[in-house]
Design a protein. Sequence first.
Length: 136
Amino acid sequence: MRLMLPNPLDPGVAGLYGALIGAGSAVTVQIIAAIVTARHETRSFRRTLRKESLASVADAYEHALNVVMNMQRGGHPEKTTRGNVFAQISLRGSPRVKELVCHFLDLSDTEKPAFDIEVLIKEMQWHLAQLEREAR
């Protein structure tokens, strides 16, 4: 017995080949589109996460700066407020900002007005600018 292969020029076989090639092309395009979309969504998610992290650090710095300025002028915030500032800066602040805030909190009430708050502000601004560059 001899195996008979269909004639490739037969219109029915040519139509079947065309359908298979078209389906294969469609599946390939869908796979490529899914990969490109997944990569785009991953980059978008990471950008959003970095922006939210930056906003979180900026909020922590703003709160800490308000408390430090209040204490520098002789105010006495509650222990929970001081603890909250210390926790936020410990978790989100740069090492230099942590060092400056801890130094300020360790000062006596008579030494606090002499603390150079401009140094703290510049360090906070530098850290935020660094985070913004990384977020791009």
